[in-house]
Design a protein around this ligand. Structure first.
Ligand code: 16G
Length: 185
């Protein structure tokens, strides 16, 4: 049985009517392009080249299938928190694109922002670029964020991509900078 990271019916419920990808490019969840299908990440996607795809965005190290499955199970156990959406090239049996929405609950329920969404790891295989798949993933993740009641949606990106994300309503926030402290071992 195919095991999805999150309930696939969420994708079927999304309304793409006002999305640019649908208006301009006539694509959506059930029609991402010829030979392509869109779905939640599966437990078996390591074998479909998920890590190779991710390596086109960032360092992946030597992640074995066992490590991938262990991490998948841990993410799935965190209910309503991880939404990894992939686009599969069905003929090649390869994952061609992926994007992640993570949802953080805020502790104080009286705040305006009760739940914060973060977009991560938007990546399209270099052989599949120029088909609006990145746009489709972003609009899909934003619709999921709305569907699961996020009050805020944010992302981090490299400088040259600021213009790309700007198209989707993301703006560099006043008086906010991204700070990081990596590799705290
Ligand atoms: C981008 C990604 C981020 C990822 C990072 C990896 C989006 C919106 N942002 O900023 O999720 O963690 O690249 O870069 O996809 P790094 O290899 O320098 O950590």
């Amino acid at each position: 049985m195919v095991e999805y990271l999150f309930n696939k019916s969420i994708l079927k419920d999304l309304d793409y009517t006002n999305c640019e990808v649908t208006i301009k490019h006539s694509i959506s969840f059930d029609n991402p392009g010829t030979g392509l299908s869109m779905r939640p990440l599966c437990r078996s996607d390591h074998a479909k080249g998920y890590m190779d795809l991710l390596s086109q965005l960032t360092q992946v190290g030597n992640t074995s299938e066992g490590m991938f499955i262990q991490r998948f199970d841990g993410m799935k156990d965190c209910k309503n928190s991880y939404y990894v959406v992939v686009i599969e090239d069905e003929q090649a049996g390869r994952i061609a694109a992926s994007g992640t929405l993570t949802v953080e609950q805020q502790l104080n329920p009286s705040l305006d922002i009760k739940s914060r969404g973060r977009i991560e790891d938007i990546v399209v295989l270099n052989t599949h670029r120029g088909k609006y798949l990145g746009k489709l993933l972003l609009e899909t993740l934003a619709l999921i964020a709305k569907y699961v009641d996020c009050d805020d949606l944010s992302l981090e990106c490299k400088d040259p991509l600021v213009r790309f994300y700007h198209q989707f309503g993301f703006i560099v926030q006043d008086e906010q900078v991204y700070m990081g402290n990596r590799y705290l071992h």
